[in-house]
Design a protein around this ligand. Structure first.
Ligand code: ASP
Length: 305
């Protein structure tokens, strides 16, 4: 199979001054993932590597530099899903995990469950050998300043460099046909402590089925949950029987239809990336901008904001 990789850094009103950093972040994420895939490595390793780059980059809302909740704390969620088995590993409400995608993977690989939250998730992380960090190590200066502005004034997107969202995600297919999707987020800014959005929920923020395709979503979580957007997009892929030269159009139509439904029925904004089961990429969004990147058939990195 020809490997394939697509990543995103969130669908939101990305201000002009953040465009370069978002493009650069997506490029570095592609490089980390593609290094693995191009040398015959696994899709799971590739999406972990790509998502970790995005989590570590404070321009995105995941891991370090995530938006703060109403208590001024980072509270992260993440998921990874395997297309062959339909198994997922997901974690939510994390305060002390530097790279939530690593914990999601541990849950996928070595827990009998598919989702752990809060203190129990962090205990599982520790027992599995993942180091816990101090909650304040995840707080970037920019987000702390935004939080203080929101406390003084009323919460407003403008206090957060013009954005309310900025989740990250990746979808990869490897040489052996293994298909994985992952999503990682700090959620929405000034959310109520304990709020969980679409991102770590199987079928909402992420879905993978080797028989159809795999998806990672971003956007207004409460709306994405209403239409179970990732699974909806995968089902659009499953039920469109056009093949051959039309396969790329099928992938794009599935992405567009899911995002259209997000607006029509969910009354919300956002976007998604996907690979169909053969690795054909597509993306769609109804926000002013989305940060994304993929590797084209010649092995060149394409990124855009
Ligand atoms: N979907 C995320 C959430 O609602 C936010 C985002 O995509 O930026 O938690």
């Amino acid at each position: 199979m020809k490997p394939s990789l697509i990543v995103h850094g969130g669908a939101w009103d990305i201000p002009d001054e953040a465009v370069n950093a978002c493009n650069e972040g997506c490029r570095r994420a592609l490089a980390a993932g593609w290094n693995i895939l191009a040398s015959g490595g696994s899709a799971l390793d590739a999406i972990q590597a790509a998502v970790m780059v995005l989590e570590d980059d404070p321009v995105f809302d995941a891991g370090y530099g995530s938006h703060l909740n109403l208590d001024g704390k980072v509270e992260c969620d993440a998921i990874v899903m395997e297309g062959a088995t339909l198994r997922a590993g997901a974690a939510a409400g994390l305060h002390r995990i530097k790279n939530p995608i690593r914990l999601a993977r541990k849950i996928l690989e070595s827990s009998p469950h598919m989702m752990l939250v809060g203190e129990g998730a962090e205990r599982f992380a520790k027992d599995s050998g993942l180091a816990l960090c101090k909650p304040e190590e995840l707080v970037s200066e920019a987000e702390w300043r935004a939080y203080l502005r929101c406390k003084k004034d009323k919460h407003a997107a403008i206090h957060h460099r013009g954005h309310d969202q900025g989740t990250v995600g990746a979808v990869a297919l490897d040489e052996q046909g293994r298909l994985f999707a992952a999503t990682s987020t700090g959620g929405t800014c000034c959310k109520l402590p304990g709020r969980v959005g679409d991102s770590p929920l199987i079928g909402c923020g992420c879905y993978a089925d080797s028989e159809a395709g795999a998806v990672s979503c971003t956007g207004y979580g409460e709306a994405i949950m209403k239409i179970v957007m990732a699974k909806t997009a995968v089902d659009f892929l499953r039920h469109d029987s056009r093949s051959g030269e039309n396969a790329l159009a099928v992938a794009q139509t599935a992405a567009d239809h899911a995002v259209k439904l997000l607006l029509q029925r969910g009354k919300g904004t956002g976007g998604l990336i996907l690979l169909d089961r053969r690795g054909l990429p597509a993306f769609s969004f109804n926000t002013p901008r989305m940060a994304y990147g993929y590797v084209n058939p010649d092995g060149l990195f394409v990124t855009s904001v």
